[in-house]
Ligand binder design. Sequence first.
Ligand SMILES: [Zn+2]
Length: 262
Amino acid sequence: MENEDNSYKESLKKSLKKEIRENLKSEIINEIVSELKAEESLLKKELVELLSKKISSAELKKASTKHKQIEPKKTSEDVECLISVKAFLKISSHALKYANKEIPKEDWVEVIGLLAGKVSNHKLYIEDAYPMGHGSAVYAEIKEYKNFVKAFKDIKKSNLFICGWYHSHPSYGAFMSSEDLGTQARYQKLWDKSIALVIDPYEIDGNSYGFKIFRSNLNTEEWYSIPFEITEALDVSTLPELLDFIKPIIDGKALFLEYDED
Ligand SMILES: [Zn+2]
């Protein structure tokens, strides 16, 4: 009898021990899992904070130092600058090629090019634009002198001359920065009426052409905005759709496919 009792006790002990061990095991596992989860979300939070801090300080730096806004002075002159649809479409599509929704925003860069025009009846006609390059988000400049010479010859061949330059400020506004002054000075030394066109393709929202034209007083280092018109009738409200439509061409793709093409 005593033996039976003992063996029953032993087996009970054994099964209880096993149950307790299992319970403890799962309790410990649960604790570890929830601790890991807490750590993970903390880590995530820290990472997100770190990243957003990095971005906001970078944006801040860009806004405060890179493109210090100089308030443009309005002139009382009448329209003295006319720009062709062709030039406008080339400039805006060039800007979008390196700053569009398929590229992460932190990889967007500025583009730069030459403006080709002619003077007639005391008015400057910007007939064409010559895309020259794209650069780091900090500064875009024409690096290749031999490309500049090539473009110069091409422009001369079409009976136009280099009347200025353009560059883009993807998503931070069409204004001239103090850094842009040095570039403008070089063009105004070539021709004193040279203009600077700056475009923010993200301001082409159906209400605006997204660009402005400036000239500088090199002595006072002030910018003057130049009034302009588009030479042909171009409805500003149709521009976002138009640019969207031509975007595949910029990427070297077909605009559309026939049913059996792929
Ligand atoms: Zn600029």
